[in-house]
Design a binder for this molecule. Structure first.
Ligand SMILES: NC(=O)c1ccc[n+]([C@@H]2O[C@H](COP(=O)([O-])OP(=O)(O)OC[C@H]3O[C@@H](n4cnc5c(N)ncnc54)[C@H](O)[C@@H]3O)[C@@H](O)[C@H]2O)c1
Ligand SMILES: [Zn+2]
Ligand SMILES: [Zn+2]
Length: 398
Protein backbone atom coordinates (compact mmCIF):
# COMPACT_ATOMS: atom_id res chain seq x y z
CA UNK A 1 0.00 0.00 0.00
CA UNK A 2 0.96 3.67 -0.13
CA UNK A 3 1.68 5.58 3.07
CA UNK A 4 3.17 8.90 4.15
CA UNK A 5 6.47 8.22 5.88
CA UNK A 6 8.74 10.37 8.03
CA UNK A 7 12.14 10.20 6.38
CA UNK A 8 13.92 12.81 8.50
CA UNK A 9 13.49 16.44 9.59
CA UNK A 10 11.28 18.29 7.05
CA UNK A 11 11.20 15.17 4.88
CA UNK A 12 7.89 13.42 4.39
CA UNK A 13 7.54 11.04 1.50
CA UNK A 14 4.88 8.73 0.07
CA UNK A 15 6.33 5.21 0.06
CA UNK A 16 5.26 1.70 -0.86
CA UNK A 17 5.02 -0.25 2.39
CA UNK A 18 3.62 -3.66 3.37
CA UNK A 19 -0.13 -3.87 4.02
CA UNK A 20 -1.02 -4.09 7.73
CA UNK A 21 -2.16 -7.43 9.13
CA UNK A 22 -4.25 -8.47 12.10
CA UNK A 23 -1.74 -9.17 14.89
CA UNK A 24 -4.00 -9.45 17.93
CA UNK A 25 -7.52 -10.81 18.42
CA UNK A 26 -8.98 -7.34 19.11
CA UNK A 27 -7.43 -5.71 16.00
CA UNK A 28 -9.30 -4.46 12.95
CA UNK A 29 -7.98 -3.44 9.54
CA UNK A 30 -9.49 -0.23 8.19
CA UNK A 31 -9.39 0.88 4.55
CA UNK A 32 -8.84 4.61 4.90
CA UNK A 33 -11.05 6.97 2.91
CA UNK A 34 -9.99 10.30 4.48
CA UNK A 35 -7.03 11.32 6.59
CA UNK A 36 -5.75 14.73 7.75
CA UNK A 37 -2.56 16.56 8.57
CA UNK A 38 -2.57 17.88 12.15
CA UNK A 39 -0.61 20.62 13.93
CA UNK A 40 0.79 17.78 16.02
CA UNK A 41 2.25 16.23 12.87
CA UNK A 42 4.21 19.44 12.37
CA UNK A 43 6.11 18.74 15.60
CA UNK A 44 7.26 15.49 13.95
CA UNK A 45 7.93 17.19 10.61
CA UNK A 46 10.11 19.81 12.32
CA UNK A 47 11.96 17.16 14.33
CA UNK A 48 10.94 18.33 17.79
CA UNK A 49 9.50 15.03 19.00
CA UNK A 50 12.09 12.49 20.08
CA UNK A 51 12.11 8.80 19.05
CA UNK A 52 11.01 9.05 15.41
CA UNK A 53 12.73 6.64 13.03
CA UNK A 54 13.22 6.89 9.30
CA UNK A 55 10.36 5.18 7.47
CA UNK A 56 7.78 5.58 10.26
CA UNK A 57 4.23 5.86 8.88
CA UNK A 58 2.67 9.07 10.22
CA UNK A 59 -0.90 10.30 10.62
CA UNK A 60 -3.44 9.97 13.41
CA UNK A 61 -6.62 11.59 12.04
CA UNK A 62 -8.33 9.01 9.85
CA UNK A 63 -11.55 7.25 9.00
CA UNK A 64 -12.63 4.57 6.61
CA UNK A 65 -14.26 1.20 6.15
CA UNK A 66 -13.69 -1.91 8.25
CA UNK A 67 -12.07 -4.57 6.03
CA UNK A 68 -11.30 -7.29 8.54
CA UNK A 69 -11.76 -7.90 12.26
CA UNK A 70 -9.87 -10.12 14.70
CA UNK A 71 -11.59 -13.13 16.33
CA UNK A 72 -12.31 -11.33 19.61
CA UNK A 73 -14.26 -8.51 17.97
CA UNK A 74 -17.85 -9.62 18.32
CA UNK A 75 -20.87 -7.41 17.70
CA UNK A 76 -19.28 -3.99 18.12
CA UNK A 77 -17.76 -3.85 14.65
CA UNK A 78 -18.50 -5.61 11.37
CA UNK A 79 -16.80 -5.73 7.99
CA UNK A 80 -18.20 -2.88 5.89
CA UNK A 81 -18.88 -0.55 8.84
CA UNK A 82 -17.89 3.07 8.28
CA UNK A 83 -15.77 4.24 11.22
CA UNK A 84 -13.84 7.20 12.56
CA UNK A 85 -10.77 6.13 14.53
CA UNK A 86 -9.59 8.19 17.54
CA UNK A 87 -5.91 9.09 17.63
CA UNK A 88 -5.43 7.68 21.14
CA UNK A 89 -5.35 3.91 21.60
CA UNK A 90 -7.05 2.51 24.71
CA UNK A 91 -7.73 -0.98 26.08
CA UNK A 92 -11.04 -0.16 27.76
CA UNK A 93 -10.25 -2.26 30.85
CA UNK A 94 -7.38 -0.78 32.84
CA UNK A 95 -7.68 1.53 35.86
CA UNK A 96 -7.42 4.62 33.64
CA UNK A 97 -9.84 3.47 30.94
CA UNK A 98 -12.35 2.59 33.66
CA UNK A 99 -12.09 6.19 34.84
CA UNK A 100 -12.62 7.41 31.24
CA UNK A 101 -9.08 8.78 31.21
CA UNK A 102 -8.66 7.17 27.81
CA UNK A 103 -5.49 8.97 26.72
CA UNK A 104 -3.79 7.64 29.84
CA UNK A 105 -4.52 3.95 29.14
CA UNK A 106 -1.94 1.74 30.84
CA UNK A 107 -2.04 -1.12 28.32
CA UNK A 108 -1.70 0.41 24.88
CA UNK A 109 1.90 1.58 24.80
CA UNK A 110 4.31 -1.33 24.25
CA UNK A 111 7.21 1.12 24.53
CA UNK A 112 6.01 2.48 27.87
CA UNK A 113 9.52 2.22 29.30
CA UNK A 114 10.80 5.01 27.02
CA UNK A 115 7.99 7.34 28.13
CA UNK A 116 8.53 6.35 31.77
CA UNK A 117 12.13 7.52 31.61
CA UNK A 118 11.02 11.00 30.55
CA UNK A 119 7.62 11.35 32.24
CA UNK A 120 7.66 8.99 35.18
CA UNK A 121 4.66 7.08 33.80
CA UNK A 122 3.54 6.39 30.27
CA UNK A 123 0.44 7.82 28.59
CA UNK A 124 -1.53 5.72 26.08
CA UNK A 125 -0.22 4.67 22.70
CA UNK A 126 -0.94 7.02 19.78
CA UNK A 127 -1.18 6.32 16.07
CA UNK A 128 1.78 7.48 14.00
CA UNK A 129 3.38 9.46 16.79
CA UNK A 130 6.90 8.37 17.80
CA UNK A 131 8.28 5.16 19.23
CA UNK A 132 7.96 6.60 22.71
CA UNK A 133 4.18 6.60 22.17
CA UNK A 134 4.06 3.03 20.94
CA UNK A 135 5.62 3.07 17.48
CA UNK A 136 2.22 2.37 15.87
CA UNK A 137 1.94 2.79 12.10
CA UNK A 138 -0.18 5.86 11.40
CA UNK A 139 -3.22 6.60 9.30
CA UNK A 140 -1.86 8.73 6.45
CA UNK A 141 -2.01 5.52 4.47
CA UNK A 142 -4.37 3.39 2.45
CA UNK A 143 -4.91 0.94 5.31
CA UNK A 144 -4.24 0.84 9.04
CA UNK A 145 -4.26 -1.74 11.79
CA UNK A 146 -6.43 -0.52 14.65
CA UNK A 147 -5.65 -2.20 18.00
CA UNK A 148 -8.43 -2.58 20.62
CA UNK A 149 -10.87 -1.94 17.80
CA UNK A 150 -13.83 -2.74 20.07
CA UNK A 151 -13.00 0.36 22.16
CA UNK A 152 -11.86 3.25 19.94
CA UNK A 153 -13.54 3.45 16.53
CA UNK A 154 -16.97 4.99 16.35
CA UNK A 155 -19.47 3.90 13.71
CA UNK A 156 -20.86 6.69 11.55
CA UNK A 157 -23.87 6.58 9.22
CA UNK A 158 -23.09 5.38 5.67
CA UNK A 159 -24.54 8.41 3.93
CA UNK A 160 -22.68 11.13 5.83
CA UNK A 161 -19.80 12.83 3.94
CA UNK A 162 -16.35 12.07 5.36
CA UNK A 163 -15.51 15.72 5.87
CA UNK A 164 -18.44 16.17 8.28
CA UNK A 165 -17.10 13.52 10.66
CA UNK A 166 -13.38 12.99 10.04
CA UNK A 167 -12.42 15.62 12.64
CA UNK A 168 -14.01 13.45 15.32
CA UNK A 169 -10.69 11.57 15.08
CA UNK A 170 -8.90 14.33 17.01
CA UNK A 171 -9.28 18.07 16.66
CA UNK A 172 -13.01 18.50 17.23
CA UNK A 173 -12.95 16.59 20.54
CA UNK A 174 -9.64 18.31 21.32
CA UNK A 175 -11.10 21.80 20.87
CA UNK A 176 -14.12 20.71 22.89
CA UNK A 177 -12.07 19.26 25.76
CA UNK A 178 -9.95 22.42 25.73
CA UNK A 179 -13.10 24.46 26.37
CA UNK A 180 -14.39 21.99 28.96
CA UNK A 181 -11.02 22.09 30.74
CA UNK A 182 -11.28 25.88 30.90
CA UNK A 183 -14.15 25.59 33.42
CA UNK A 184 -16.12 28.24 31.53
CA UNK A 185 -19.00 29.83 33.41
CA UNK A 186 -21.82 31.67 31.63
CA UNK A 187 -20.75 35.23 30.95
CA UNK A 188 -17.02 34.47 30.93
CA UNK A 189 -14.48 36.01 28.60
CA UNK A 190 -12.15 33.37 27.16
CA UNK A 191 -8.85 34.20 25.45
CA UNK A 192 -7.58 31.60 22.99
CA UNK A 193 -4.04 31.67 21.59
CA UNK A 194 -3.74 30.03 18.17
CA UNK A 195 -6.37 30.03 15.41
CA UNK A 196 -5.35 26.73 13.87
CA UNK A 197 -7.88 23.90 13.76
CA UNK A 198 -7.62 23.27 17.51
CA UNK A 199 -8.04 26.93 18.41
CA UNK A 200 -10.96 27.29 15.99
CA UNK A 201 -12.82 24.33 17.47
CA UNK A 202 -12.02 25.65 20.95
CA UNK A 203 -13.75 28.91 19.95
CA UNK A 204 -16.86 27.08 18.74
CA UNK A 205 -16.88 24.96 21.90
CA UNK A 206 -16.29 27.87 24.29
CA UNK A 207 -19.57 29.38 23.10
CA UNK A 208 -21.30 26.02 23.60
CA UNK A 209 -20.10 26.14 27.22
CA UNK A 210 -21.63 29.58 27.70
CA UNK A 211 -18.76 31.99 27.09
CA UNK A 212 -20.00 35.49 26.46
CA UNK A 213 -16.88 36.67 24.68
CA UNK A 214 -14.00 34.84 23.03
CA UNK A 215 -10.84 36.71 22.13
CA UNK A 216 -8.77 34.83 19.54
CA UNK A 217 -5.07 35.58 19.07
CA UNK A 218 -2.91 34.75 16.05
CA UNK A 219 -0.96 36.59 13.38
CA UNK A 220 -2.36 35.21 10.12
CA UNK A 221 -5.26 37.33 8.82
CA UNK A 222 -6.93 34.37 7.08
CA UNK A 223 -6.96 32.38 10.32
CA UNK A 224 -8.19 35.39 12.31
CA UNK A 225 -10.96 35.73 9.72
CA UNK A 226 -12.08 32.15 10.39
CA UNK A 227 -12.00 32.90 14.12
CA UNK A 228 -14.15 35.99 13.59
CA UNK A 229 -16.60 33.95 11.52
CA UNK A 230 -16.86 31.56 14.46
CA UNK A 231 -17.87 34.53 16.63
CA UNK A 232 -14.57 35.57 18.25
CA UNK A 233 -13.12 39.03 18.65
CA UNK A 234 -9.65 38.91 17.15
CA UNK A 235 -6.24 40.14 18.22
CA UNK A 236 -3.34 40.11 15.78
CA UNK A 237 -0.34 39.82 18.07
CA UNK A 238 1.91 41.42 15.46
CA UNK A 239 -0.21 44.56 15.43
CA UNK A 240 -0.02 45.33 19.15
CA UNK A 241 2.95 46.25 21.34
CA UNK A 242 1.81 43.95 24.09
CA UNK A 243 -0.77 41.17 24.02
CA UNK A 244 -1.01 41.46 27.79
CA UNK A 245 -1.92 45.15 27.66
CA UNK A 246 -4.33 44.59 24.79
CA UNK A 247 -6.14 41.85 26.74
CA UNK A 248 -6.24 44.03 29.83
CA UNK A 249 -7.76 46.85 27.82
CA UNK A 250 -10.33 44.54 26.26
CA UNK A 251 -11.42 43.19 29.65
CA UNK A 252 -11.80 46.34 31.70
CA UNK A 253 -8.44 45.79 33.41
CA UNK A 254 -9.35 42.44 34.99
CA UNK A 255 -7.96 40.00 32.39
CA UNK A 256 -9.69 37.10 30.63
CA UNK A 257 -11.45 34.70 33.00
CA UNK A 258 -10.18 31.65 31.12
CA UNK A 259 -7.17 31.26 28.86
CA UNK A 260 -6.51 28.48 26.36
CA UNK A 261 -3.09 27.71 24.86
CA UNK A 262 -3.97 26.14 21.50
CA UNK A 263 -0.45 26.72 20.17
CA UNK A 264 1.91 24.47 22.12
CA UNK A 265 5.60 23.81 21.69
CA UNK A 266 6.19 25.74 18.45
CA UNK A 267 4.94 29.16 19.54
CA UNK A 268 6.39 32.19 17.83
CA UNK A 269 7.37 35.13 20.04
CA UNK A 270 9.97 37.74 20.79
CA UNK A 271 12.19 38.94 23.62
CA UNK A 272 15.04 37.38 25.54
CA UNK A 273 13.25 34.29 26.88
CA UNK A 274 12.02 33.45 23.41
CA UNK A 275 15.49 33.83 21.92
CA UNK A 276 16.83 31.37 24.50
CA UNK A 277 13.90 28.96 23.85
CA UNK A 278 14.57 29.06 20.16
CA UNK A 279 18.29 28.51 20.48
CA UNK A 280 17.87 25.63 22.91
CA UNK A 281 15.23 24.01 20.71
CA UNK A 282 17.43 24.31 17.63
CA UNK A 283 20.30 22.73 19.52
CA UNK A 284 17.91 19.99 20.67
CA UNK A 285 18.63 20.90 24.31
CA UNK A 286 14.92 21.54 24.95
CA UNK A 287 11.84 20.27 23.11
CA UNK A 288 9.58 23.29 23.58
CA UNK A 289 9.18 27.02 22.96
CA UNK A 290 6.65 27.78 25.73
CA UNK A 291 6.14 31.45 24.84
CA UNK A 292 2.35 31.26 24.73
CA UNK A 293 2.06 29.23 27.92
CA UNK A 294 3.96 31.92 29.82
CA UNK A 295 1.92 34.70 28.23
CA UNK A 296 -1.39 32.93 28.94
CA UNK A 297 -0.54 32.41 32.62
CA UNK A 298 0.41 36.05 33.05
CA UNK A 299 -2.65 37.29 31.10
CA UNK A 300 -5.21 35.21 33.02
CA UNK A 301 -7.29 37.02 35.61
CA UNK A 302 -6.81 36.12 39.28
CA UNK A 303 -8.48 32.84 40.18
CA UNK A 304 -8.92 31.91 36.51
CA UNK A 305 -8.25 28.72 34.59
CA UNK A 306 -5.48 27.85 32.14
CA UNK A 307 -6.42 25.13 29.66
CA UNK A 308 -3.58 23.66 27.60
CA UNK A 309 -4.52 21.53 24.58
CA UNK A 310 -1.24 22.61 22.91
CA UNK A 311 1.30 19.79 22.93
CA UNK A 312 4.51 20.01 24.95
CA UNK A 313 7.38 17.54 24.95
CA UNK A 314 9.42 17.95 28.11
CA UNK A 315 11.06 20.22 30.66
CA UNK A 316 10.61 23.93 30.08
CA UNK A 317 12.52 26.94 31.39
CA UNK A 318 11.22 30.19 32.87
CA UNK A 319 7.84 28.79 33.85
CA UNK A 320 6.07 31.67 35.66
CA UNK A 321 5.28 29.54 38.69
CA UNK A 322 5.18 32.47 41.09
CA UNK A 323 2.58 34.22 38.96
CA UNK A 324 0.60 30.99 38.61
CA UNK A 325 0.66 30.32 42.35
CA UNK A 326 0.07 33.82 43.64
CA UNK A 327 -2.87 34.44 41.30
CA UNK A 328 -4.47 31.19 42.41
CA UNK A 329 -4.79 29.72 38.92
CA UNK A 330 -5.88 26.23 37.91
CA UNK A 331 -4.36 24.38 34.96
CA UNK A 332 -5.88 21.50 33.03
CA UNK A 333 -4.30 19.74 30.08
CA UNK A 334 -3.73 16.39 28.38
CA UNK A 335 -4.04 14.46 25.20
CA UNK A 336 -7.76 14.31 24.55
CA UNK A 337 -9.84 11.60 26.23
CA UNK A 338 -11.37 10.90 22.86
CA UNK A 339 -13.97 8.27 23.64
CA UNK A 340 -15.77 10.63 26.04
CA UNK A 341 -16.57 13.06 23.28
CA UNK A 342 -16.90 11.26 19.94
CA UNK A 343 -20.51 10.07 20.24
CA UNK A 344 -21.92 13.29 21.79
CA UNK A 345 -20.15 15.39 19.16
CA UNK A 346 -21.35 13.09 16.34
CA UNK A 347 -24.88 13.64 17.67
CA UNK A 348 -24.39 17.41 17.58
CA UNK A 349 -23.07 17.21 14.00
CA UNK A 350 -26.07 15.15 12.95
CA UNK A 351 -28.43 17.65 14.57
CA UNK A 352 -26.72 20.44 12.65
CA UNK A 353 -25.45 22.16 15.83
CA UNK A 354 -21.83 21.96 14.65
CA UNK A 355 -20.59 22.07 11.06
CA UNK A 356 -16.88 21.25 11.31
CA UNK A 357 -16.16 21.67 7.60
CA UNK A 358 -15.50 25.42 7.85
CA UNK A 359 -11.85 24.83 8.77
CA UNK A 360 -10.97 22.88 5.59
CA UNK A 361 -8.82 24.74 3.06
CA UNK A 362 -7.29 21.87 1.07
CA UNK A 363 -8.71 18.57 -0.14
CA UNK A 364 -5.98 16.76 -2.07
CA UNK A 365 -4.80 13.29 -3.06
CA UNK A 366 -2.42 11.72 -0.55
CA UNK A 367 0.48 11.77 -2.98
CA UNK A 368 0.54 15.54 -2.48
CA UNK A 369 1.16 15.13 1.26
CA UNK A 370 4.88 16.06 1.15
CA UNK A 371 4.04 19.46 -0.40
CA UNK A 372 1.04 19.93 1.87
CA UNK A 373 3.18 19.41 4.99
CA UNK A 374 5.31 22.34 3.85
CA UNK A 375 2.30 24.47 2.93
CA UNK A 376 0.54 23.81 6.26
CA UNK A 377 3.74 24.27 8.24
CA UNK A 378 4.56 27.58 6.56
CA UNK A 379 0.90 28.72 6.68
CA UNK A 380 1.04 29.39 2.93
CA UNK A 381 -1.83 29.44 0.47
CA UNK A 382 -4.29 30.27 3.30
CA UNK A 383 -3.86 26.71 4.52
CA UNK A 384 -5.98 26.01 7.58
CA UNK A 385 -6.63 22.25 7.33
CA UNK A 386 -5.59 19.56 4.86
CA UNK A 387 -7.74 16.51 4.16
CA UNK A 388 -6.00 13.79 2.14
CA UNK A 389 -7.62 11.16 -0.04
CA UNK A 390 -5.40 8.04 -0.03
CA UNK A 391 -6.95 6.68 -3.22
CA UNK A 392 -7.40 9.71 -5.53
CA UNK A 393 -5.07 10.23 -8.47
CA UNK A 394 -5.95 13.67 -9.75
CA UNK A 395 -6.58 16.90 -7.90
CA UNK A 396 -9.80 17.28 -5.94
CA UNK A 397 -11.54 20.64 -6.04
CA UNK A 398 -10.99 22.74 -2.89
N1 LIG B 1 -4.11 17.80 23.35
C1 LIG B 1 -4.37 17.10 22.24
O1 LIG B 1 -4.89 15.98 22.32
C2 LIG B 1 -4.05 17.70 20.90
C3 LIG B 1 -4.66 17.21 19.75
C4 LIG B 1 -4.40 17.84 18.52
C5 LIG B 1 -3.53 18.89 18.46
N2 LIG B 1 -2.91 19.34 19.60
C6 LIG B 1 -1.97 20.46 19.60
O2 LIG B 1 -2.66 21.68 19.48
C7 LIG B 1 -1.76 22.66 18.94
C8 LIG B 1 -2.43 23.39 17.78
O3 LIG B 1 -2.72 22.49 16.73
P1 LIG B 1 -3.25 23.04 15.32
O4 LIG B 1 -3.54 21.87 14.46
O5 LIG B 1 -4.29 24.04 15.54
O6 LIG B 1 -1.87 23.72 14.80
P2 LIG B 1 -1.52 24.92 13.81
O7 LIG B 1 -0.04 24.87 13.61
O8 LIG B 1 -2.39 24.89 12.60
O9 LIG B 1 -1.91 26.25 14.63
C9 LIG B 1 -1.09 26.86 15.57
C10 LIG B 1 -1.38 28.35 15.49
O10 LIG B 1 -0.70 29.01 16.57
C11 LIG B 1 -0.35 30.30 16.11
N3 LIG B 1 0.66 30.92 16.99
C12 LIG B 1 2.00 30.73 17.02
N4 LIG B 1 2.57 31.54 17.94
C13 LIG B 1 1.56 32.26 18.50
C14 LIG B 1 1.51 33.29 19.49
N5 LIG B 1 2.62 33.72 20.08
N6 LIG B 1 0.31 33.80 19.83
C15 LIG B 1 -0.84 33.37 19.21
N7 LIG B 1 -0.84 32.41 18.26
C16 LIG B 1 0.34 31.87 17.90
C17 LIG B 1 0.13 30.03 14.70
O11 LIG B 1 0.19 31.22 13.92
C18 LIG B 1 -0.89 29.02 14.20
O12 LIG B 1 -1.96 29.63 13.51
C19 LIG B 1 -0.50 21.90 18.55
O13 LIG B 1 0.47 22.00 19.57
C20 LIG B 1 -0.98 20.47 18.45
O14 LIG B 1 0.07 19.55 18.65
C21 LIG B 1 -3.19 18.75 20.81
ZN1 LIG C 1 -4.21 15.58 15.39
ZN1 LIG D 1 -6.66 1.01 29.25
Amino acid sequence: MKAVCWMGVNKMSVEDVPDPKILNPRDAIVKITSTCICGSDLHLYNGYMPTMEQGDIVGHEFMGEVMEVGPSIKDSLKVGDKVVVPFTIACGQCFFCQKQLWSLCDNSNPNYWIAEKIMGYSPSGLFGYTHMMGGYAGGQAQYARVPFADVGPIKVPQGIPDEQVVFLSDILPTGYMAAENADIEPGDTVAIWGCGPVGLFAIVSAFLFGAERVIAIDRFPYRLRLAAEAGAETLNYEEVDSVLNALKDMTGGIGPDRVIDAVGMEAVGHGAYFAVDRMKQMMRMQFDRPYVLREAIIACRKGGTVSVPGVYGGFIDKMPMGQYMNKGLTMKTGQTHMMRYMQPLLDRIQKGEIDPTFIISHRVPMHEAPNMYKTFNDKQDECSKVVLDPWADGAIAA
